[in-house]
Write a protein that binds this ligand. Sequence first.
Ligand code: ATR
Length: 275
Amino acid sequence: MTYKLGLIGYPIKHSLSPWIHKQFLEVANLQGNYSIFEVREVELTELVQTIKEKSVTGFNVTLPYKQKIIPLLDDLDPSAKHIGAVNTVLNKEGRLVGFNTDGIGYLRSLEQSFPDLTNNKQVNILIIGAGGAARGIYNALHQAGYTSIAIANRTIEKAKELSRHSESAILTLDQAEENLAIFDLIIQTTNVGMKPNQGDSPIKLDGMKSSTIVSDIIYQPIWTTLLQDAKMKGAQIHHGHSMLLYQAQYAFEIWFGVTPSLRNMNSQLKRILEG
Ligand code: ATR
């Protein structure tokens, strides 16, 4: 059997997902194709219908359709419901079920790189940002038992909304900078510093202690200004491309029920992104 997979978004010609899933199919010893469905919004409904009829096993969804896809699906997994965005869809016997793999993917990538964290759930964590990505990461950390998670965001109301059902310190970006020495793990989830604005950084790291882990979910560039600063100050670095790999791995697991090994994809992808 040849499985059909794909990605819906616009524009997506340069997506890394086909590269990743082709390798997963190989690792899992499955025959399949991963197609690029680059469509305009007016074509979205028809595309989803066609996908359903053509027995596509599952597909990924990226910008700008992570929310717009929701009314076209039959069901949502709790993660997607909570985050309000879908990046993975499973065709379950003709019913399309939406998932969001960002949070779990991030958590796996983090704990894989820093296994000691799994026994130290009291670490002081700072999440910068309160958008969709932050929501997924916040929930995954919270559910995994991490107890001290502060949120800093430009718009304070959005940070409050994110932590509505739990107790978290809410900070402005300035307050985060002033109190940086408290934190053992800093997770950058905004799009500040992403290409073509790679000179930007959401906060200055002057107050940070050198044992801190600094994690940026941006992977283009792989060395954001924030991560470069962090490295200069002796911090431990967690790059954004590993979240990409692990959230794809979790998507593959949703489609096929098997967890493909990453082999050496982490270092390979880093090299590709470093050019
Ligand atoms: P995503 O789904 O990638 O998380 P999003 O939901 O649009 O994207 O969230 C973007 C995040 O980046 C938000 O936290 C946003 O801050 P606001 O809530 O104040 O909008 C943050 N962000 C975007 N541009 C920013 C900037 N120039 N300075 C600081 N934060 C910024």
